[in-house]
Design a protein around this ligand. Structure first.
Ligand code: ADP
Ligand code: MG
Length: 223
């Protein structure tokens, strides 16, 4: 691992919520283009790491650097441009499916929105919706399955095309029926990206270059 390829540096990262020390000194380097899996039991601090990268919360101690710059010193807009997320509970807006994808890149053309939806394996279910892309999602409209919602958030991230991706339990709804589709969608999404994939256990959906095992806020195994 040569230094110049390191994209994300996590240095003695600590996070406490009140007296609950959730992360207790996490140190690791992530190289550009690497797929890093973070696994560990529920409550071990995996999602906390995921939320610290976009600065949804700030660290208690230590630092996260991207491209050598502490994320505290990166403007929010710039940080958001560099990092995309797919979380377990995909957040869909009360709007059309089209707008729910386009939010990944507000100035996207219709072609780009459709291409992202196809790449994320959404076109098949979109074709079944009463008004296709213009179908209203949520109350008064149509409710999507968990797997479909996740593919919508993958489409969003494909459209956004940021260099760093954080996937927190993103494959949790991948039942056998849509596991293959999710795999295709994610393979398209992670092309040429630096990826942090967080999972309760090792997923067969994406193969990782590096595996970090977390337990009670500490790294207990790396390899
Ligand atoms: P994992 O994703 O590995 O299941 P989390 O990072 O979600 O674990 O949670 C680790 C610990 O941090 C848990 O004990 C949880 O209760 C605590 N925690 C997470 N978010 C918060 C919060 N916003 N406020 C207080 N405690 C939190
Ligand atoms: Mg979690």
């Amino acid at each position: 691992m040569s230094d110049k390829n390191v994209l994300i540096q996590v240095k003695d990262l600590k996070k406490a919520f009140g007296t609950n020390q959730v992360l207790d000194g996490i140190t690791t380097d992530i190289c550009q283009g690497e797929v890093v899996a973070v696994i560990g039991p529920s409550g071990s601090g995996k999602s906390t790491i995921a939320n610290l990268i976009p600065r949804f919360w700030d660290v208690t101690q230590g630092a996260i650097k991207i491209g050598g710059i502490n994320i505290r010193e990166i403007a929010t807009g710039q940080l958001m441009d560099r990092v995309s997320f797919v979380f377990q509970d995909s957040f869909l807006f009360f709007d059309t499916l089209y707008e729910n994808i386009r939010v990944g890149k507000p100035d996207a053309t219709e072609e780009e929105v459709h291409a992202a939806a196809r790449a994320a394996q959404c076109d098949e279910f979109i074709g079944r919706l009463p008004q296709g892309y213009q179908t209203l999602i949520g109350e008064g409209g149509v409710y999507l399955s968990g797997g479909e919602e996740q593919r919508v958030s993958v489409a969003r991230a494909i459209l956004k095309n940021s260099p760093i991706l954080v996937l927190d339990e993103a494959t949790a709804f991948a039942d056998p029926e849509n596991e293959y589709k999710m795999q295709l969608a994610l393979q398209e999404l992670i092309k040429d990206k630096t990826v942090i994939i967080i999972a309760h256990r090792l997923s067969s959906i994406i193969s990782a270059n590096q595996i970090i095992v977390l337990k009670e806020g500490e790294i207990v195994q790396k390899g």
